[in-house]
Design a binder for this molecule. Structure first.
Ligand code: NAD
Length: 310
């Protein structure tokens, strides 16, 4: 199992670290455009191998994609992150060109790779990757919902004063401050609806805090977060590598599912060795359906900018 991570920045390095610590991949190649940066991150991580007890080989490369040849999975984290006060959508001008060129380079050397797109605005970057590479829809997965769902669980656990492992909950919709849809109706603590423990007002506050989870951290850190994004990606990579057939909310190309077409949007997906093994059709309430379609409309506005920037 060979995994390439493009972008040796905060998210790419965190992702490499979590994959290595979980010790299921034989090889990780990190690629960055910045001279020696990926090599340095790879060497630093390799020096944790004896301490953290993993056998994964991690190497770095400055823009030499021949080193990524025959990767099974490629994670795309290259591009700029947002600064405090910025939306993810504002990154499109720079990131579209980067995502287009790096995904093409990966495919050239790894014709069978499954792509996990992380760079923002993620739903649009996943859509761009579909349009440019023309691969089967199972092979391109946008990562956003796995992170947003983890943040939702964190906020629920905080409100319930319980461990996050007690919580099961999911966020669907676009990976943006206004497009996320925390499915509060379906959130549970050990199979009991959270509405049994929290007031409507508390649940609403949890949902709002979830939606701005990324912006909150960007304000605190001065750049966007990396630990939870890296951990979320590593869980998806592991589900593919180990054929777990685990459910994650992912940005998938929709072709009629949920009444939507020609768009990448966060919906529950089964993730296994083929990437997206299937899209799970939830029986949404009318309000949830309306929110999902509004979220799709907002993503389409950003997708429409692609023609002018890429
Ligand atoms: N989808 C999500 O849930 C999620 C979560 C967090 C961050 N992100 C996004 O992930 C991206 C990376 O965030 P970060 O915090 O790691 O940023 P970062 O600035 O720390 O790292 C980005 C890296 O990409 C590299 N890069 C730029 N152009 C490149 C190219 N053409 N080829 C190879 N490498 C290139 C840079 O040199 C840099 O090292 C951002 O777009 C951010 O918004 C997405």
């Amino acid at each position: 199992m060979k995994v390439t991570i493009v972008g040796a920045g905060a998210v790419g390095a965190s992702c490499a670290e979590y994959i290595a610590i979980k010790d299921f991949a034989s090889e990780i190649v990190i690629v960055d455009i910045k001279e020696n940066f990926a090599e340095g991150k790879a060497m630093d991580l390799m020096q944790t191998a004896s301490l953290n007890g993993f056998d994964t080989l991690i190497t770095g490369s400055t823009n030499d994609y021949s080193k990524t040849a025959n990767s099974d999975i490629a994670v795309i984290t290259s591009g700029i992150p947002r600064k405090p006060g910025m939306t993810r959508e504002e990154l499109i001008g720079i990131n579209a060109g980067i995502v287009k060129s790096v995904t093409e380079s990966i495919l050239e050397h790894s014709p069978n790779a499954i792509f996990i797109v992380v760079s923002n605005p993620m739903d649009t970057m996943a859509y761009l990757t579909h349009k440019e590479l023309g691969l089967a829809k199972n092979r391109i997965i946008g990562m956003g919902g796995a992170l947003d769902s983890a943040r939702f669980k964190y906020r629920l656990a905080e409100a319930l004063e319980c461990p996050a492992s007690d919580i099961d909950a999911m966020v669907i919709g676009g990976h943006s401050d206004t497009g996320m849809i925390p499915l509060t109706r379906l959130a549970v603590r050990n199979s009991i609806p959270v509405s049994a423990f929290l007031t409507e007002e508390q649940i609403k506050a949890v949902a709002e805090a979830t939606k701005v989870g990324g912006a909150t951290l960007t304000k605190m850190l001065g750049t966007s977060a990396w630990y939870a994004p890296g951990a979320a990606v590593s869980s998806m990579v592991q589900a593919i590598a180990c054929d777990h057939k685990k459910m994650f909310a992912c940005s998938a190309l929709l072709e009629g599912e949920y009444g939507l077409d020609d768009i990448c949007l966060g919906v529950p997906c089964i993730i296994g060795k083929n990437g997206i093994e299937s899209i799970v059709q939830l029986d949404l309430s009318d309000a949830e359906k309306e929110n999902l379609h509004n979220s799709a409309d907002a993503v389409r506005v950003v997708n429409n900018l692609l023609e002018s920037v890429s």
